[in-house]
Design a protein around this ligand. Structure first.
Ligand SMILES: Nc1ncnc2c1ncn2[C@@H]1O[C@H](COP(=O)(O)OP(=O)(O)OP(=O)(O)O)[C@@H](O)[C@H]1O
Length: 359
C-alpha cells in the first residue's frame, strides 16, 4: 500500500463540491485559460515570488539549469501554475506527471531518460510516489544519473544512464510526509499560504476580465470572502455567479448578485457549504457544542467518518469554528455566533467548555 493514500479519499469525497479545493473536470478545462503566465502576473505569495525570482534570475545569469524546487501547500493555491511559470521564465519546456502515475522505477526511468537539457519536470503529489521510484529519483536529482536494472535475480545488472541536467519541481500538499533524503535534495522549498481576501479579489478581477465578465469591486469582495483562501475556488464561484448574473440579471456582477447567486449554491458568507453547516449544526443543536466523538457526529449528519474528518473539518478548524480535543469535537464560541445560536450557559461559563480550549 502507498504510504499516504488519504488524498485520494479526499479527492473522491470532494467530487462535485463547489467549495472543494481539488480540481474537477470543468476546472481543468477552464483553468488553462486563467493561469497567470509569468511571475509578475501571479497574484500574492509575495515572499515565494521574490525568492523564486532570485533563484531563476541567478540561474539564467549563470546560464545554468535552475535548482530543484519543492512547492508545498493545499490544493488549488497555484502549485501547477507556478511550475509552468518556472519553465516559462527559464525558457524551458515542461513535462507534467504525478506521483500516483509513477508506480514503477521503470516508469520514472522512461520519463527521465527522455528529458531535454534544462527541461522542467513537474511531479505533482510527489509524496505518493512508490518507494523504488523515489530512490531512483534521489540519484537523478543529485548526480543526473540513474541505474537501470536489466534482468532479474542474481543475474541482474545495473546499467548507469547519464541524464541531461533538468529542474525537478515537486508539489505536495504535505511536505512533512516527504522522507528527509528527498526533501533535502531540493535547492529551494516554497510553502504556499492561503490567500488573503484582497489577493483573491485581484485574482477574481483578473479572471473576470479574461472571461469578459463585468464585475464591481463589491461583487469581487463578496466572492473573495466565500472562497476559502483558495484561487481555484474563487475562479469556480466566479463562474457560477456569472451564470446567475447572466440568467437572472443584466450580466453585471454586483455584491447583491454575488450574494444571491451563492445563496442558491448554499455557500454562505464565510465560505461554508451545506456539509460544513450540517456538521456545525449537529454539533451545536444535538450535542450542545460538544465534546462529541467523530463517529457519533458523522452518524448524526449521515456521512462517513472520513468525509466529516477530511472534507468538512479541516476548514472548520482553520476558521476557528471547531476544535479537535482529546475528549471529542467541540464547537468554539465563533461557531455559535456564525449560526446565530445562543450557547448553553456552560459553553460560555468559566468552568465549562472553555476549559477544553484553555487547559
Ligand atoms: N497566484 C495566483 N494568481 C492568479 N491565479 C491563480 C493563482 N494561483 C492559482 N491561480 C488559479 O487557480 C487555479 C488553480 O491553480 P493550480 O492548478 O496551479 O493549483 P494547484 O496548487 O496546482 O492545485 P492542485 O494541488 O490541485 O494541483 C488556476 O486556474 C489558476 O488560474
Amino acid at each position: 500500500m502507498n504510504w499516504d493514500d488519504t488524498s485520494s479519499v479526499t479527492d473522491d469525497t470532494q467530487a462535485g463540491r463547489l467549495v472543494g479545493a481539488a480540481a474537477d473536470g470543468e476546472d481543468q478545462a477552464v483553468e488553462a485559460a486563467l493561469r497567470p503566465k509569468s511571475l509578475d502576473e501571479f497574484v500574492g505569495q509575495e515572499r515565494v515570488r521574490e525568492q523564486l525570482d532570485l533563484v531563476l534570475k541567478a540561474a539564467r545569469q549563470r546560464g545554468a539549469t535552475a535548482d530543484h524546487v519543492l512547492l508545498s501547500g493545499a490544493p488549488g493555491l497555484g502549485k501547477t501554475t507556478l511550475s509552468m511559470i518556472i519553465a516559462a521564465e527559464m525558457g524551458a519546456p515542461i513535462r507534467i506527471t504525478s506521483g500516483p502515475a509513477i508506480q514503477h522505477a521503470g516508469d520514472l526511468a522512461a520519463i527521465l531518460s527522455s528529458l531535454q537539457e534544462g527541461e522542467v519536470l513537474f511531479l505533482d503529489e510527489i509524496h505518493r510516489m512508490s518507494r523504488p521510484a523515489e530512490e531512483m529519483l534521489y540519484m537523478a536529482m543529485e548526480d543526473f544519473r540513474v541505474d537501470v536494472i536489466v534482468g532479474k535475480g542474481p543475474g541482474a545488472t545495473a546499467i548507469p544512464l547519464e541524464l541531461p541536467p533538468f529542474t525537478l519541481v515537486g508539489a505536495t500538499t504535505r511536505a512533512g510526509l516527504l522522507p528527509p533524503p528527498l526533501r533535502d535534495r531540493f535547492g529551494f522549498t516554497a510553502h504556499m499560504e492561503f490567500y488573503e481576501p484582497v489577493e483573491l479579489e485581484r485574482v477574481i478581477h483578473r479572471s473576470a476580465s479574461l472571461l469578459n465578465v463585468e464585475i464591481g469591486a463589491d461583487g469581487a469582495a463578496e466572492i473573495a470572502g466565500r472562497s476559502r483562501g483558495t484561487p481555484r475556488i474563487a475562479n469556480r464561484l466566479l463562474r457560477r455567479v456569472r451564470d446567475y448574473a447572466q440568467v437572472k440579471a443584466d450580466g453585471v456582477i454586483s455584491r447583491d448578485i454575488a450574494a444571491a447567486a451563492l445563496a442558491v449554491y448554499e455557500v454562505d458568507a464565510r465560505g461554508l457549504d451545506r456539509l460544513d453547516r450540517a456538521v456545525l449544526q449537529a454539533l451545536l443543536k444535538l450535542f450542545g457544542g460538544g465534546p462529541v466523538g467523530l463517529s457519533t457526529l458523522a452518524v448524526a449528519v449521515g456521512e462517513e467518518r472520513e468525509t466529516v474528518e477530511e472534507v468538512a473539518e479541516p476548514f472548520l478548524v482553520r476558521e476557528g469554528l471547531l476544535a479537535r480535543t482529546p475528549r471529542g469535537r467541540v464547537a468554539t464560541p465563533a461557531a455559535w455566533a456564525h449560526l446565530g445560536l445562543t450557547p448553553p450557559r456552560q459553553a460560555t461559563g468559566g468552568n465549562g467548555q472553555q476549559d477544553l480550549f484553555g487547559a
